[in-house]
Design a protein around this ligand. Structure first.
Ligand code: PLP
Length: 396
């Protein structure tokens, strides 16, 4: 099934990259573009992390590393996991991969096949559905609703499980909504999952420390009862502003009971990418063990921008925006403007130079919404909001 061209024809896109390309082309033509489209911090990777990579290169770390990643990098991830979740995980269950996406790919191809059902958040990160379709499995959207603060509903999620369900994909804090699923809801979900022992779980926790207003992230790792069927996706891209480094990690079951999933993903690595480049893995250790002031400063800046963006959006005619609790996205409801979301996103880019993403690029339930990434300066956010206000005033 995977070998056929037809499977490749089912692969989707992440439209944020197309919007970025169009915005870059318009900027090259001399247009003043404000990019609120792409989901990457506008901060540089902190200097001490860059220096660690340079040192690694100078010290001669030029060769292959183990396919699972350097032991020192995996040990650093284990230390960080203990700090953020209070859970001890063995480095023998930690895999270092080229970004967060390869974990998504690995987990979804492991469980997806024709006849299988895979549950994924809608609206959600578009690659989940794309990869599910690649495998020929049936994508089953789990509705993520505004009235629920864009959190998962345990009840609604559990009700979608059938005897064919093989994998449930969770994401909190979430892209594109900024929603954070509360601990109590996750506890309910885990309790319900005990009745479905054959359903594996992929928990995408790449925004784990990016929360606001005292909200805290609840990791699925905190529930030993599902550990043997849990894959946790995480990485350096967002927290340490390292999207272009291509460095991620994931935590897998590594026992007979857990189906030796770790060994399966190790084999996939050997076949597909051998290992993550060695200097990046050294930089990853410095990111985890070094000072976190740059991360704290970035989160403070995001918090200020978040408030600015939400306040500004709620003043626009026909627009309402709930305050996101995590990540660096706002997901305003634009249904009262009379615009279709993708048309509005495209008109805003072409006519006002403001790049953002239409909600339908994140799923069926994304209609009526747009996504703004507030990874841009306060000044640019205010300029963008002014332009959108003017545009909506002239094009009701
Ligand atoms: N998971 C979510 C929810 C994301 O938003 C992203 C990136 O936007 C990723 C995973 C992928 O991260 P990476 O760039 O490390 O592959």
């Amino acid at each position: 099934m995977l070998q056929t061209i037809a499977a490749f024809d089912r692969i989707g896109e992440e439209n944020a990259f197309a919007v970025l390309a169009r915005a870059t082309a318009l900027a090259a033509e001399g247009k003043d573009i404000i990019n609120l489209g792409i989901g990457q911090p506008d901060f540089r990777t902190p200097d001490h992390i860059v220096e660690a990579a340079i040192k690694a290169l100078r010290d001669g770390h030029h060769g292959y590393t183990p396919a699972t990643g350097l032991l020192a990098t995996r040990e650093a991830v284990a230390r960080r996991t203990l700090t953020t979740t209070g859970v001890e995980v063995s480095p023998d269950t930690i895999m270092i991969l080229p970004g967060g996406k390869p974990t998504m790919y690995a987990a979804i191809v492991m469980f997806g096949e024709p006849g299988a059902e895979i549950l994924y958040p809608d609206p959600g990160f578009p690659i989940y559905r794309s990869m599910i379709e690649f495998t020929g499995a049936t994508p089953v959207p789990v509705p993520i609703r505004e009235e629920n603060g864009f959190a998962f509903s345990a009840e609604e999620t559990l009700a979608l499980i059938t005897p064919r369900t093989r994998l449930l994909i969770l994401n909190s804090p979430a892209n594109p909504t900024g929603g954070v699923t509360p601990r109590a809801e996750i506890e309910k979900l885990v309790k319900g999952l005990e009745k479905h022992p054959d359903v594996a779980i992929l928990s995408d926790e790449i925004y784990d420390v990016m929360t606001y207003d005292g909200e805290s992230h609840c990791s699925l790792l905190e529930f030993p009862e599902i550990r043997e069927r849990l894959i946790v996706l995480n990485g350096w891209s967002k927290t340490w502003a390292m999207t272009g480094w291509r460095l991620g990690w994931s935590i897998w079951p590594n026992s007979e009971q857990g189906g030796r999933l770790y060994d399966k993903v190790r084999k996939l690595a050997v076949n597909c990418w051998s290992c993550v480049n060695a200097p990046a893995q050294h930089a990853g250790i410095a990111a985890i063990d070094g000072p976190q002031d740059a991360v704290d400063a970035m989160m403070k800046a995001f918090d200020r921008r978040r408030k600015l963006v939400v306040e500004g959006l709620n003043k626009l005619p026909g627009v309402s925006c709930i305050t996101p609790k995590g990540a660096f996205y706002a997901f305003p409801n634009i249904s009262e403007t009379g615009w279709k979301a993708k048309k509005l996103a495209s008109a805003l880019l072409e006519e006002t130079g403001v790049a953002l993403i239409g909600g339908p690029d994140f799923g069926i339930l994304g209609e009526g919404y747009i996504r703004l990434s507030y990874a841009n300066s306060e000044e640019n956010i205010l300029r963008a909001l002014e332009r959108v206000e003017k545009f909506l005033g002239q094009n009701p």
